[in-house]
Design a protein around this ligand. Structure first.
Ligand code: TXA
Ligand code: MG
Length: 306
């Protein structure tokens, strides 16, 4: 009941062109009406996000998705298998797609996702609009996995933070590009890329664009997902002033997963980095480069580039 009232209020704000932070199974998003140019512009403004970095558009059913973008066989297969869930598909825009061109940042593709979270789905349905939903942090910083983290990051720009408790997965969605050519892994994420490959075959690595060209996906921005403190990977022990983030048998001030469970580690990653931030530095234990470990290491590598 309480959630229903909160969703109704949030949906009203979205329809009025305001910004609402909302929970998903991956991380909190900063939601706005994707068809409203001014609301989408306000999202870029609030995040301090470069205009060349396109936004993901969130929907709550297949029909809505297929009205916005062109689905080929591979896209239908992946959506059928993994939606709702932590998979984003970058697809050619449909001819009459009503989504603001600002959201695509000059690309002729649109990134679409159906999040597996009851509050996110209810918000999209009640608002009756597709929602842009970048992670609800200032550009380049740690993604929020708790309502309080979203409020701390963007509380001043968001008219409301819809509280869904801690995010179940804690790591952003996997982004797959399905343009004319081979399918491309644009961002490793909470859905294991091997599960995608089992459905549609091998994924290509993205080509890095020249500096002044629009990035194929700025999940490719080098410095991103970063705490304020410098971060060091593959650490066995701390240096003076550092806090240690452990994994498995490598102990620390905090441990991503004492039992070396990669899903648990993904869920803890951003919240624990936030807790250790502000010290002289953060040393992170080595994480195996397999399964979800690939996505975790992707975030850590970018955070480490200070
Ligand atoms: O799990 C998630 O995906 C979260 C939750 C809130 O849904 N959202 C999220 O959004 O991580 P954001 O904006 O922080 O990251 C979106 C990623 C960026 O790497 C962006 O470059 C890429 O998706 N992207 C968006 N549109 C694209 C497009 N048309 N083509 C290629 N990449 C795109
Ligand atoms: Mg983000």
């Amino acid at each position: 009941m309480i959630a229903e009232a909160a969703v109704a209020r949030a949906a009203g704000l979205i329809r009025a062109g305001r910004l609402v932070a909302f929970p998903t199974e991956t991380v909190y998003g900063l939601g706005a009406d994707a068809t409203d140019d001014r609301a989408v512009a306000a999202v870029f403004e609030a995040k301090g996000r470069p205009r060349f970095n396109p936004l993901i558009v969130h929907v709550a059913d297949r029909e809505a998705a297929e009205a916005l973008a062109v689905f080929d066989d591979r896209a239908r297969r992946l959506a059928g298998r993994f939606w709702p869930g932590p998979l984003t598909l970058a697809l050619p825009r449909a001819p009459d797609c009503p989504v603001s061109w600002l959201a695509s940042a000059g690309l002729d593709t649109l990134a679409l996702r159906w999040p597996a979270h009851p509050l996110a789905e209810a918000l999209i349905r009640v608002a009756g609009r597709p929602l842009v939903g970048p992670s609800a942090n200032r550009s380049g910083r740690l993604s929020p996995t708790r309502a309080a983290h979203a409020a701390a990051e963007l509380g001043r720009s968001a008219a409301m933070v819809l509280d869904g408790g801690p995010c179940r997965l804690g790591l952003e969605s996997t982004v797959v590009g399905l343009g004319a050519g081979a399918a491309v892994l644009l961002r490793p994420g909470a859905l294991d890329a091997e599960a995608v490959e089992a459905e549609i075959g091998p994924l290509a690595e993205p080509r890095l664009a020249a500096d002044d060209a629009p990035r194929p996906a700025p999940g490719m921005l080098l410095r991103h997902y970063a705490p304020d403190s410098p971060l060091r990977m593959e650490a066995c022990a701390t240096r003076p002033g550092e806090a240690m983030l452990g994994f498995g048998a490598v102990a620390g001030d905090l441990n991503l997963s004492p039992s070396a469970d990669l899903a648990e580690a993904a869920g803890n990653l951003f919240a624990m980095l936030r807790r250790l931030d502000g010290r002289g530095g953060i040393a992170v234990a080595s994480i195996p480069e397999r399964g979800l470990g690939r996505a975790i290491n992707d975030r850590l590598r970018r955070a480490a580039r200070g």
